[in-house]
Write a protein that binds this ligand. Structure first.
Ligand code: NAG
Ligand code: NAG
Ligand code: NAG
Ligand code: NAG
Ligand code: NAG
Ligand code: NAG
Length: 491
């Protein structure tokens, strides 16, 4: 029975291949069937109108024709996502743009993103590697030199004794993580570039930084996976213009835990800081704290994003798991450790990205910035209508004259303040205000209640909203009512 199924699958393969297309065309009618019959198949999701897809097409075809002669052959396919039923299928694989290439393995049980280049040679090299075994066996020193890239993380399974279950677990893990790490296995630890001999099955992670390798003996799949993920995070990630460091920066950004950034001018300050910062990072190992050492020039955009600037370096910056920020500008190497300790002990004042406090705030619509939010909104004892806006946002510009008119209507009411805050240049307490687009309007009443305005942004509707939700008694309700009636008459 088993043989028959395999044979049927083989015959099916021949039948498809007989169509003589190098790149197979899949659609919703045959997609699941074809994927389920293959150990590995590569699918490009595309749209006929997309320029990048058109550029990719001849390269993808050429790669497909080379790879069809590879042993074992690698099948390249494509699916047009502009056909409605196909698009529904594609949606299941979080395809955010076209072209998007996915690798389906084991009949579609595992799906990985293609992470190679879009050039013919790059596609071929990447898929050859990923079409082969997940882990390569090292039998000679030459194998070791060929398969182990000294600049990358390589996970080696060392099996001085035969243990079938451990080998199976290692292979399963290699299949799951092959896109992210290189895997090798050997019977003889002596062939590996680093680490001593072992007499038990061992996993050895080789890495080009920190302690250079680490051994592990537990072959439970989850345990191995944790070991690899934890051990591959560098004690400190380096952000500079070397693209090889980028993967560690990404790792740093995606790791759970508090994040510590030290930004310096590498050409002048690196020597004074590097070893002290490294020691600091080492002392927090295993304490859910990740460290990055960044060159000010390479980190310019990140600094700006947080409202900081390269001329404030050397600068240490902490972003906690709860998104609280702390900063010390112009820090000295000898103060790093004590500053971080104070930060962890909760002794420092959190840092808020804020525009400068305006020198004059005498317009009818008051300007609030992050640093004045407490004073002007939360502790003012007034009913504050606060607009969150963004410069250049069309709806905000359209709304500005309406807000002005509202502010003028309330000019004589000492209990009501109409204000605005630039929501991109100031940190907004996200646990208080739900601001997803601009403009967003909130009323913080003098009695402490918070209401979000959900209606149409007309003068009438907003004045009514303020009157309904305010905490203070209306200044002179008859006037307010007259105002409303007046506006209504105007409409
Ligand atoms: C899948 O079906 C489409 C539409 O019928 C057809 O054009 C395509 O050749 C089929 N693909 C394969 C590999 O059989
Ligand atoms: C998408 O995935 C879901 C859950 O696995 C499945 O039920 C559904 O049929 C899939 N949709 C398509 C169009 O294949
Ligand atoms: C293999 O992995 C499974 C799943 O993690 C685990 O239950 C089993 O103990 C592992 N086998 C060995 C020999 O470690
Ligand atoms: C770093 O220092 C060098 C030498 O003083 C200077 O030329 C360069 O502009 C500095 N870079 C930054 C980002 O300040
Ligand atoms: C605000 O005050 C400044 C300084 O006194 C003055 O120059 C400016 O004209 C005032 N603006 C308004 C709208 O009153
Ligand atoms: C907002 O205006 C639109 C169009 O004028 C209307 O259909 C809608 O009901 C209004 N929504 C509210 C909450 O008043």
């Amino acid at each position: 029975m088993m043989k028959f199924l395999v044979l049927a699958a083989l015959l099916a393969v021949t039948a498809f291949a007989a169509e003589n297309e190098v790149v197979w065309t899949l659609d919703h009618t045959n997609y699941s069937q074809i994927i389920s019959q293959h150990k590995m198949i590569v699918v490009q999701f595309y749209a006929p109108w997309c320029g990048y897809c058109q550029q990719l097409e001849p390269k993808y075809e050429e790669a497909a024709s080379v790879l069809s002669n590879h042993d074992p052959p690698v099948i390249l396919a494509k699916m047009d996502t502009t056909i409605l039923e196909n698009a529904e299928l594609a949606r299941n694989y979080t395809i955010n743009g076209v072209p998007s290439i996915k690798i389906f393995r084991h009949g579609g049980k595992t799906v990985h993103d293609y992470k190679g280049t879009r050039e013919t040679e790059g596609i071929i090299a990447y898929l050859k590697k990923h079409g082969g075994p997940a882990s390569l066996e090292i039998k000679t020193e030459k194998d070791a030199a060929t398969f182990i890239d000294e600049k990358k993380i390589v996970v080696a399974g060392i099996f001085p004794q035969l243990s079938l279950e451990k080998i199976i677990n290692f292979t399963t893990l290699a299949e799951d993580l092959r896109v992210d790490y290189d895997f090798v296995h050997t019977l003889d630890a002596k062939l590996l570039p680093r680490g001593g001999l072992v007499d038990k099955p061992t996993i050895r992670l080789l890495k080009p930084y920190d302690e250079l390798y680490a051994d592990f003996e537990d072959f439970q799949i989850e345990a191995m996976q944790n070991f690899i993920e934890e051990t591959s995070v560098p004690i400190m990630a380096i952000l500079d213009d070397n693209p090889e460091n980028q993967q560690f920066v990404n790792h740093f950004l995606h790791s759970p835990g508090d994040k510590v950034f030290l930004f310096l001018n590498f050409s002048t300050d690196l020597d004074a800081f590097k070893s002290k910062y490294y020691d600091l990072a080492l002392s927090y190992k295993g304490k859910e704290t990740n460290f990055l050492l960044g060159d000010a020039e390479s980190g310019k955009k990140a600094l700006q994003y947080f409202g900081l600037d390269t001329d404030q370096t050397p600068l240490i910056f902490v972003l906690t798991m709860g998104s609280t920020k702390y900063v010390q500008r112009h820090v000295q190497p000898d103060n790093l450790a004590s500053w971080l300790k104070d930060c962890k002990d909760g002794k420092l004042k959190p840092y808020l990205k804020s525009q400068p406090i305006p020198e004059f705030n005498n317009e009818t619509v008051k300007v609030v910035v992050a640093e004045t939010l407490d004073d002007m909104v939360f502790n003012s004892g007034k009913d504050v209508l606060l607009e969150f806006y963004r410069l250049g946002c069309r709806y905000c510009e359209e709304f500005a004259p309406v807000l002005d008119e509202i502010a003028i209507s309330f000019e004589k009411d000492p209990h009501v303040v109409i204000a605005k805050i630039d929501g991109t240049e100031n940190d907004i307490p996200r646990d208080v205000f739900d601001v997803e687009g601009f403009p967003t309007l909130y009323l913080r009443s003098s009695t402490g209640s918070l209401s979000r305005f959900e209606g149409n942004r007309t003068k009438v509707a907003i004045i009514e909203f303020i009157q309904t939700n305010r905490g203070s008694p209306a200044f002179d309700f008859s006037i307010s009512q007259t105002q409303i009636d007046q506006v209504k008459d105007e409409l």
